[in-house]
Design a protein around this ligand. Structure first.
Ligand code: NI
Length: 259
């Protein structure tokens, strides 16, 4: 599994380069942190959609788990599980472009020739290879925060998620949340700090995204980058730890990158 380890290391170092708080928080646990999942965003274009991403991840032993639909945000998503369960799940989502305005679609059409994804690894690590305009960014954000985030950050991890089940010093989301807040970080409180419940078999929380200075054509601006997530899973009736995701919780978590 050396190749997958290498790939995951690259993802973590790219993610923490624009989410420095995640690296700092991961050290606050004072023990080894195991990831529950890593999440990505993309557009539903034939050359970069979640099917293409899934295809690439197959070589590392990742297989389809379940699919999801986010009605309001107009997203389709799937999660993948590794044949070796010690590896993180992967959550892939894509924006349904046909449900958005001509203006939004023409922006994506203008940047898509610059997608640096000939090497399929760049569907996850390619970041941004096009120039960005702050006015266009703001306009996109009015229609879809998700689209505006992709416009600025491109192909890269959106978040890593700590598996609370694997922590020895913390047993639930509440305890983790208190520790994070005591260290001065702000949690996403959209729909409450804890999303989901034991009944849903999954509880999650997340920080609000870091703010990073980004160079736009008109100058530099501070914009949200990425956030860090925390998840605790519960066993289902058959005694197996639930491995899926809860759409109504994930819907709120997506808002961690709101301005
Ligand atoms: Ni997540």
């Amino acid at each position: 599994m050396k190749e997958l380890d290498l790939f995951l290391d690259k993802l973590w170092s790219q993610y923490t380069s624009y989410t420095p708080s995640a690296e700092k928080i991961s050290k606050l646990f004072g023990e080894e942190v195991i990831n529950d999942h890593i999440a990505f965003r993309t557009f539903n274009l034939s050359h970069c959609n979640i099917a293409k991403q899934k295809e690439f991840l197959g070589q590392f032993g990742y297989k389809f788990g379940e699919d999801y639909f986010f009605e309001q945000k107009r997203l389709k998503a799937i999660h993948l599980e590794n044949e070796d369960p010690t590896y993180p799940k992967i959550f892939l989502s894509e924006l349904m472009l046909e449900d958005f305005s001509d203006e939004l679609n023409s922006v994506i059409k203008q940047i898509s020739p610059y997608f640096d994804i000939e090497n399929k690894e760049n569907l996850f690590l390619g970041s941004r290879s096009w120039d960005i305009d702050y006015e266009i960014y703001s306009k996109l954000a009015e229609e879809s925060e998700y689209a505006s985030w992709l416009y600025v950050w491109g192909f890269c991890p959106n978040h890593f998620t700590v598996s609370i089940n694997h922590l020895e010093r913390y047993s639930d989301v509440q305890e983790v949340n208190e520790m994070i807040k005591a260290n001065g970080y702000i949690l996403n409180s959209s729909g409450g700090e804890i999303k989901g419940s034991q009944n849903d078999l999954l509880e999650q929380s997340s920080t609000m995204a870091d703010k990073m200075e980004v160079t736009f054509q008109s100058g530099s601006e501070s914009v949200p980058s990425c956030y860090y997530e925390f998840a605790k899973r519960y066993a289902d009736q058959s005694g197996n730890l639930y491995q899926g995701f809860v759409a109504k919780s994930a819907d709120k978590i997506f808002e961690s990158t709101n301005k």
